[in-house]
Design a protein around this ligand. Structure first.
Ligand code: GTP
Ligand code: MG
Ligand code: NA
Length: 457
């Protein structure tokens, strides 16, 4: 009941692949935005969400041959960008867990790389069907760009030596995929899309192949998954980010994967000081085809349906934790049960904190990045005394300073992508507590590793 093939929700598409293969750049090209150049170090370190209404996608795919065009009944597509850097396997897990379909991005110059293989394993384990974008085709030597063109038009006009390099490199990718147990073919030669992975050559710089990529994605989604995509009234959402917005107050960015949200609904989210139960004061979205992570004008809504990236304004969200589930509290629900459920993810991570209270302090902007830091420290055999999400305050420095009397080298705070208040900074200098900050996670690892080595000498 309540479900019908004429009432489909937007599918969630996750973009995965090795670092710097061009995932964000591909999305930038489709959105006509420039998110990638605004990222610290040009790397993605959190999950991004962009909703594309079907009209928008139809315009881009229009340039393809008619025989490929399909009657798409989907309202739109919610695309999730993930980090390719090895530290963020947890975010790739999260992204792939909520996905109905995926784009695996491979750099044609590099072929399959470590996180490509990791991504394939995740997608197969979760049975998420995917297409593979063979990106950066414009880097084939002597490439003649045909901006925005369907890939076959573009390939047809390449000089023979360029086409031959393209073919050799594509064949290498096919062979490497075979080594992973996957059959793959260029999408226009692929007649068995359920058994054989479709390859779509693309360039995020010239836009070539992007119409093809979207068309293949939509075809796959619609044909394979009408059953999965029938609208379900059960609300399912994840908190991606917690942000303070001028004039609005603290908001949470959530990924609404199923069901609906209405203004006035009561939600339950995890907080640093326990579960938060609050009422939705405003339901906002970015403009269509714009990313949630980027500042811009928001559109107000009374009600929103999945799948969608949604910004929620409500009271008491100041210490909400990003990277956890969000629940809806209705008259039929047991409030305590939901409160426990929402804190479960947090408890998992807090479980790795040393019970003896001996070790370093860790602070991060999201549960996802905190998890990445904890994993690094675990593999480096460094104990953790306390963890926090959010800015470094005096009380955090004070807590870290306890280690000065025990193991001096652990009297430090690893702070990723969070602010350090001036008072906290001053107090740390007075007491001799080291604060390591970085907005690129592996820089933080490097600084801290170097420091530990210096301590040994
Ligand atoms: P992470 O999120 O850090 O994993 O990287 P990513 O996969 O999102 O790659 P990103 O979009 O950051 O691109 C990495 C670099 O490759 C940037 O310098 C881009 O300009 C470049 N790049 C991306 N796509 C293309 C392409 O199609 N052609 C060429 N020549 N360069 C590209
Ligand atoms: Mg990226
Ligand atoms: Na990058």
């Amino acid at each position: 009941k309540n479900r019908s093939p004429d009432d489909l929700r937007s599918p969630v598409c996750v973009v995965m692949g090795h670092v710097d293969t061009g995932k964000t750049k591909l999305l930038d090209k489709i959105r006509r935005t420039n998110v990638q150049e605004g990222e610290a170090g040009g790397i993605t370190q959190q999950i991004g969400a962009t909703y594309f209404p079907m009209d928008n996608l139809r315009n881009i795919t229009e340039r393809l041959n008619k025989d490929l065009s399909i009657d798409v009944k989907l309202p739109g597509l919610l695309v999730i960008d993930t980090p390719g850097h090895e530290s963020f396997a947890n975010l790739r897990h999260r992204g792939s867990s909520s996905a109905n379909v995926a784009v695996l991005v491979v750099d044609i110059m590099h072929g399959l790389e470590q996180q490509t293989i990791e991504s394939i394993k995740m997608l197969r384990a979760k049975r998420v069907p995917f297409v593979c974008a063979i990106n950066k085709v414009d880097r084939c030597y002597g490439w003649q760009p045909l901006p925005g063109a369907p890939i076959r038009e573009s390939l047809a006009q390449q000089p023979e030596n360029v086409f031959s390099e393209f073919e050799t490199r594509t064949q290498q990718v096919i062979t490497q995929l075979m080594e992973q147990g996957l059959n793959a073919k260029l999408y226009y030669e692929n007649k068995r899309f359920k058994q054989v992975v479709s390859l779509v050559p693309t360039s995020a710089h010239t836009g070539e192949g992007i119409p093809d990529l979207l068309m293949v994605l939509l075809t796959l989604t619609q044909r394979l998954m009408v059953e999965q995509l029938m609208f379900s009234p059960i609300m399912e959402a994840t908190v991606l980010d917690v942000k303070k917005i001028e004039g609005v107050g603290t908001t949470v960015d959530v990924l609404l994967m199923n069901g609906k949200l209405r203004r006035g609904d009561t939600i339950v989210v995890a907080g640093m000081n326990g579960p938060i139960v609050t009422q939705i004061r405003a339901l906002l979205t970015p403009q269509p085809a714009k990313e949630m992570r980027v500042k811009g004008e928001f559109v107000h809504h009374e009600e929103l349906r999945a799948a969608m990236g949604v910004k929620i304004a409500a009271q008491n969200l100041e210490d909400a934790i990003a990277g956890t589930s969000m629940f809806l509290l209705t008259d039929d629900d047991d409030e305590d049960e939901l409160k426990d459920a929402v804190m479960a993810d947090v408890a998992d991570i807090m479980g790795n904190v040393s019970v003896t209270g001996r070790g370093v302090s860790v602070q991060a902007s999201t549960l996802g990045s905190l998890e990445a830091l904890m994993e690094f420290l675990r593999t480096s055999d460094i104990p953790v005394a306390s963890v926090q999400i959010g800015p470094v305050h005096k009380k955090d420095v004070s807590r870290a300073s306890i280690m000065l009397e025990h193991e001096k080298e652990y009297a430090c705070i690893l702070a990723f992508d969070v602010k350090v208040t001036r008072e906290a900074q001053e107090m740390a200098e007075d007491l001799g507590v080291r604060i390591f900050t970085a907005d690129i996670i592996y820089h933080l690892f490097d600084h801290f590793t170097k420091y530990l080595e210096e301590c040994k000498n």
